[in-house]
Design a protein around this ligand. Structure first.
Ligand SMILES: [Cu+2]
Length: 150
């Protein structure tokens, strides 16, 4: 590589680093959706996170203008009873995927600030342990939905 080309490369990397200081650089979100339940019931939100980086990243939680509180939960079943517990974080392995889905990890959206209907889009700010964030649009689906739909 010519010295000039190298200089270009270094400059490019520096600029990229500065522009994305707080945005999660190696994480991509897909299949982001939430399940709207009637009344004031909390809504479960689900997403697939893909990490293309060499280091694991940990999802710590999220925030949204549409809900006063967002918690990170894990569902499990014990003796036929379904229960859920708060979790600190969900790890997305290096070059791997973490899936938040019904009956597993989910974001629990509490106290909506306005009525959310199926078809609406809810913007959420996913937060990672390293301080980075990822803005992701979640599609609201009806109470009987089991996945992100089409
Ligand atoms: Cu929950």
């Amino acid at each position: 590589m010519k010295p000039q080309a190298l200089l270009f490369l270094v400059t490019g990397l520096l600029l990229t680093g500065a522009a994305q200081a707080t945005e999660a650089e190696h994480v991509r979100a897909s299949h982001a959706w939430l399940r709207v339940l009637p009344g004031e019931l909390p809504a479960g939100a689900y997403v697939t996170l893909e990490n293309s980086g060499d280091q694991p990243v940990a999802l710590k939680g999220a925030s949204s203008d549409a809900y006063a509180d967002v918690m990170l939960h894990q569902s499990s079943s014990e003796g036929g009873m379904s229960r859920m517990a708060m979790v600190d974080s969900v790890t997305v392995p290096a070059h791997g995927t973490a899936t938040l889905a019904p009956a597993g990890y989910h974001l629990m959206l509490m106290k909506s600030t306005h009525p959310v209907k199926p078809g609406d889009t809810v913007r959420m700010n996913l937060k990672f342990a390293d301080g980075s964030t990822l803005v992701t649009d979640f599609v609201a689906r009806p109470a009987n939905a089991v996945d992100a739909g089409s």
